[in-house]
Design a protein. Structure first.
Length: 72
């Protein structure tokens, strides 16, 4: 005899309302043992890193490369 199980899913509207407060923001995990001024300095230059990746993804044209390494 096969017994079918029914699952009921609910939408947590209260949680959705709480999460909406953070839309447009993202969290950054860092090593908190470093000096705060150094962390701030690196974070301010983060846009340069992201800009480089954006350019590489959209404008960098290269033919497909297939690499392999023989394992002995």
């Amino acid at each position: 005899m096969v017994k079918l199980l029914k699952k009921i899913f609910n939408i947590d509207t209260e949680l959705i309302k709480k999460e909406e407060a953070f839309e447009g923001f993202y969290a950054v995990c860092i090593n908190l043992e470093d000096d705060a001024s150094e962390i701030i300095k690196v974070n301010k230059r983060r846009w340069e890193i992201e800009e480089c990746f954006r350019i590489m993804k959209s404008e960098f044209k290269a033919r497909p490369m297939y690499l392999s390494r023989e394992i002995e």
